[in-house]
Design a protein around this ligand. Structure first.
Ligand code: GDP
Length: 313
């Protein structure tokens, strides 16, 4: 029998711009109590990047994690913009499920289609969140029909077409499976994620494989590689081989690893199959490269890179 990591779920949140991703993640953070008491969500959770502020759109992926009972839900934000198709694709490869957020009035928009297509291509079954149900002009049933049409048009398989739906008002922090009423919390969203998103395999005894899906940068730590542990267990202090994109290998020692907690990174000493983590201290680390044990070098298929690496500003 294969072991499973029942303690985690990895999801991406996808939507057309302004349909409420940021507001929804803020509420999930608040309601999961991932913030300590008296700690405030001063800044909007995922919207801190300057370029985003300038352009008013969400470009770069942000990672956060919330706790629901004993389950850690890792949430990756995605850029909705078509210029970042490569990044969206890489994020879809790191997760096991997606939350598709659609405005209850506007319905499906061009970026809804774009990000949904990427999710369906990766065989992910979305949980659909019809958001802004509080709007006067909200037309939730029609919007669900539109979403279904879009799934069919994009060639969704049977499982995908059978998507669960939640009606929500992210701004009020309410949600329900019934469009006519709202519960005073978003418990149903946590539950749907927990029940519908596949649980990663626990093959943490095997030789590790960690692939860098995105880069982050910090003045103090320098370049940071963020990705998913696809197999095995990484421990700080371990020797590792980084298989570069040109096939050459660079040996190094894992010095600093971070997990995500709320909006922050927390230093960790061990990361297991299924975990999404960040690693610093590896010079020139690039998207698509694989880390593995020195005596078991096996790179994962390289992920396509077809957009500018804006993270490195
Ligand atoms: P994002 O671009 O998907 O991250 O969208 P935001 O979370 O930034 O939300 C865009 C706008 O919609 C903001 O002005 C939010 O306050 C508003 N908004 C988000 N959720 C709701 C909601 O449930 N109801 C209403 N009426 N407005 C919302």
């Amino acid at each position: 029998m294969t072991d499973l990591r029942k303690d985690i779920r990895n999801i991406a949140i996808i939507a057309h711009v302004d349909h409420g991703k940021t507001t929804l993640v803020d509420q999930l953070l608040r309601q999961s109590g991932t913030f300590r008491e008296n700690e405030q969500v001063d800044e909007r959770a995922m919207d801190t990047n300057d370029i985003e502020k300038e352009r008013g759109i969400t470009i770069l992926a942000k990672n956060t994690a919330v706790k629901y009972h004993d389950t850690r839900i890792n949430i990756l934000d995605t850029p909705g913009h078509a210029d970042f198709g490569g990044e969206v694709e890489r994020i879809m490869k790191m997760v096991d499920g997606v939350l598709l957020v659609v405005d209850a009035y506007e319905g499906c928009m061009p970026q809804t289609r774009f990000v949904l297509k990427k999710a369906l291509e990766q065989n992910l079954t979305p949980v659909v969140v019809v958001n802004k149900i509080d709007r006067d002009m909200a037309r939730p049933s029609e919007v669900v029909d539109e979403v279904l049409d879009l799934f069919i048009e994009l060639g969704a398989n049977e499982d995908q077409i059978d998507f669960p739906v939640v009606y929500a008002s992210a701004i009020n922090g309410t949600a329900s499976e019934d469009p006519e009423k709202q519960d005073e919390d978003m418990d149903v969203i946590f539950r749907m994620i927990s029940d519908n998103v596949p649980v990663p395999f626990d093959n943490s005894d095997e030789p590790f494989q960690f692939q860098i899906a995105m880069l982050d940068y910090n003045d103090y730590l320098g370049r940071i590689g963020v990705g998913r542990v696809f197999r095995g267990t990484l421990r700080t202090g371990d020797h590792a081989a980084l298989v570069k994109l040109d096939g050459t290998v660079k040996k190094f020692r894992i010095s600093k690893m971070f997990g995500f907690f709320g909006l922050k990174k927390e230093e960790i000493s061990e990361a297991k199959a299924g975990d999404l983590v960040a690693i610093s201290g590896v010079e020139d680390i690039m998207v698509g490269e694989t880390m593995c044990p020195v005596d078991h070098q096996e790179a994962l298929p390289v992920l396509r890179i077809d957009e500018p690496t804006l993270q490195m500003t």
